[in-house]
Design a protein around this ligand. Sequence first.
Ligand SMILES: Nc1ncnc2c1ncn2[C@@H]1O[C@H](COP(=O)(O)OP(=O)(O)OP(=O)(O)O)[C@@H](O)[C@H]1O
Length: 355
Amino acid sequence: MFDIELLSVTKKYAGTEKAAVQGLCLSVEKGQILTLLGPSGCGKTTTLRLIAGFERPDQGKITLRDRVVSHRDSWIPPEKRDIGMVFQDYALFPHLNVIDNVGFGYRGTDKKGRVQEVLQVVNLQGFEKRFPHELSGGQQQRVALARALARKPVVILLDEPFSNLDAELRVQMRVEVKEIIKDAGATAVFVTHDQKDALAISDRIVVMKDGVIQQSGTPREIYQYPETPFVATFVGQSNLLPGQIGDDGQSVITEIGQVPCNHTHNLARGEKCYISIRPDSLEVDPEGSIVGKVKQWTYTGESIDAVVDTVTQKGTNQELLVHIHPEKIVQQGEILRFKVLPNFVAVLRSDREFS
Ligand SMILES: Nc1ncnc2c1ncn2[C@@H]1O[C@H](COP(=O)(O)OP(=O)(O)OP(=O)(O)O)[C@@H](O)[C@H]1O
């Protein structure tokens, strides 16, 4: 059962040349967290606002749990859509304490009981009398989430909810927010341009670019088997190379040699394609067939992130990003040999956009 369905939704703002979202189709199952991920201007916020009813589509149909909220002549306004919103800046009322912020707009019976219930869900018992300025960023975030959950909405929409948090709290809040949403059994759509947020919190990710969907799938599918060059480089780092499927059907012949891969998207032998090799898929090995010179490297603690210059079979230069085990001592200018591990190698169709 789907709680949210968008069918061929298009929205073009007045005075703009291109549609902000074009022919968007997506669905979210009950209890799932879906993330809209993409760079600035790709149409994520517009999609969220269309679901909330703050914008009206030019074309298409939007359904929220069996109720058509937007289609041709039918239109349900935002306040009647049964939606909870969590904004980037939390939008708490500074003059109201936690109880009053959470209970604001609640119209059901037993408001007091429900507020206590959600404060327990977000783990804020004991903070009832505090005002927003007496709370940390993470606590304010949980108050905003509690307010969104209080009315038991059909869906919760979260617009970049972690962008005002420092790096450490952000990592902690990803786990907490996911747990809270799951415990409440809520269906949620979450907007971010941060791939780590998306991979950590989502059941499914929709990667967008220029108002259209590039790929949708589970975090693992998106990371391990990107389908377009854009997805391969936007979600994680990647080395992209042109090639063609090898005669064994399980490798790709590229300018740096024959690369093994586990998944060829059913492309035929000899068919042209691109290949995405994650930096973790290149391993230092004295027997490896790829020879490269270390151009620069950075120690991150978890790995040594190196840029390596290789010479292709055509005699041209090809830079590769490589994550080397952090215990290895690496020198600039050093010549190393690498082999490719097939697990994070993805084949991309060559007819997909390359940018
Ligand atoms: N009210 C508006 N009027 C005109 N154009 C708009 C309006 N809102 C958004 N746009 C345009 O629509 C496109 C999509 O914008 P949108 O805010 O949905 O992108 P986004 O992916 O959420 O970006 P960001 O991450 O920067 O918030 C952009 O080109 C933007 O300039």
